[in-house]
Ligand binder design. Structure first.
Ligand code: FEO
Length: 389
């Protein structure tokens, strides 16, 4: 646990989870993660913003040892990596009240069994005065659950954002000084949980543009002392602009689909399309998700297994469909043994994507020269479309 005073009377409490390698039993965490909370003391009242994962309760509570009681715990988000320690905090400070959005109240009751009489809801734009500083609650639903909110402290020009703008990075750095590293981690994080809500995030960014933000304090990863950096990155990610990038998730059983993918990648590259191929059995799904943020095209390389798509490819399609990237074109190549139905099945798995489906190239057996020529023609179609992005 690292406790730092980031402004007079404002402390960050950072619990690093260096060895966590999976989130939601789904998302790889190559750099671990951190759970950040913030303790703010005014002249009359004190608040704690967010907490930590339930697995880190003793470590988190040690940050509050010797502290005088907090009056309010602000639950910006119900998910257990931040709220898991809130029941222990409320037990530690029996007079403290949990403040949250109306949507979050029932969720705190259901997910963490917090008694209703310990919860008070706050309206969008509502303020509480601590003495010397005032907190303003900004409802920001769908970053990335429906109940999420941010907290603005105008006197310090700090915006507390929980998951919004966060990054899965365990680090001893207080601030995002290595912006390249934080950019990658934040983009990956955006891809994994925020991307499906691009429209809502655009609205939130418009609203935040009216605030003179000096610092952004997320509940994962380092603080942003140059908030323009992450705000501009988010603006780019949520925009409708696609880049000249083709993402190619693929799997091959006996090398036939592999040959088709090799032709596709080389032809696209010859046509100046940037390609990110992902051999699915050895792929970091977080990298795959991140690559989808900007790409204009996704082409799945899919062998047929028992008349259907190879499960690794079906899983990747399911994931891409759930993440709803701003992809414009989708393609399919692959080999099958004797018969296949994967064309319609893969299309069905991608129903959320507003894309033009290009003519699939599905080959019985090992691809011949003319089959590879068909793959080249698919690459040419993609390059031609990308010329007009
Ligand atoms: Fe970091 Fe949605 O919890």
């Amino acid at each position: 646990m690292i406790k730092r005073e980031i402004a007079p009377g404002v402390w960050s409490i950072v619990v690093n989870d260096w060895n966590r390698r999976l989130f939601d039993s789904l998302i790889p965490l190559p750099d671990g993660t951190s759970y950040n909370a913030y303790l703010i003391r005014g002249r009359e009242k004190s608040v704690l913003i967010d907490a930590s994962d339930a697995a880190k309760v003793p470590e988190f509570l040690s940050a509050l040892e010797g502290e005088s009681p907090v009056d309010f715990v602000i639950g910006q988000h119900v998910e257990q990596d931040h709220a898991g320690a809130i029941p222990a905090v409320l037990e530690r400070f029996p007079k403290a009240i949990l403040l949250c959005t109306p949507k979050a109240k029932g969720m705190f009751e259901d997910h963490l069994h917090i008694p209703a009489d310990r919860i008070r809801t706050v309206a969008d734009g509502e303020t509480i005065a601590l003495g010397g500083r005032t907190l303003c609650f900004l409802h920001t639903p769908w970053v990335h659950w429906p109940e999420t909110m941010c907290t603005w402290v105008g006197e310090d020009r700090i915006l507390f954002t929980c998951d919004f703008f966060g990054s899965h990075l365990a680090t001893t750095d207080a601030e995002a000084s290595d912006e390249c590293r934080v950019y990658e981690a934040a983009k990956r994080y955006y891809a994994e949980i925020m991307m499906p809500f691009r429209g809502q995030i655009r609205n939130h960014l418009d609203r935040l543009a009216g605030l003179p933000i000096g610092r952004i304090a997320p509940s994962h990863g380092p603080l942003y002392t140059r908030p323009g950096f992450i705000l501009a990155a988010y603006r780019d990610w949520v925009s409708e602009t696609c880049k000249n990038i083709a993402v190619v998730p693929y799997v091959s059983m006996h090398g036939s689909t592999d040959r088709m993918i090799a032709r596709l990648v080389s032809r696209l590259a010859e046509r100046q399309v940037t390609v990110y191929p992902f051999d699915l059995p050895v792929t970091d799904l977080g990298k795959l998700a991140e690559s989808l943020v900007d790409a204009a095209t996704v082409v799945f390389g899919v062998p047929t297994v028992l008349a259907g798509p190879h499960p690794a490819a079906a899983y990747a399609a399911l994931l891409a469909n759930a993440l709803r990237p701003k992809i414009r074109y989708a393609g399919l190549v692959g080999s099958y043994g004797w018969a296949t139905r994967i064309g319609d099945q893969m299309k069905g798995l991608l129903g959320n994507l507003k894309v033009e489906f290009l003519e699939p190239v599905l080959v019985r057996g090992c691809p011949r020269a003319e089959d590879l020529d068909s793959v080249s023609r698919l690459a040419d179609q993609i390059a031609d479309r990308h010329a007009h992005l």
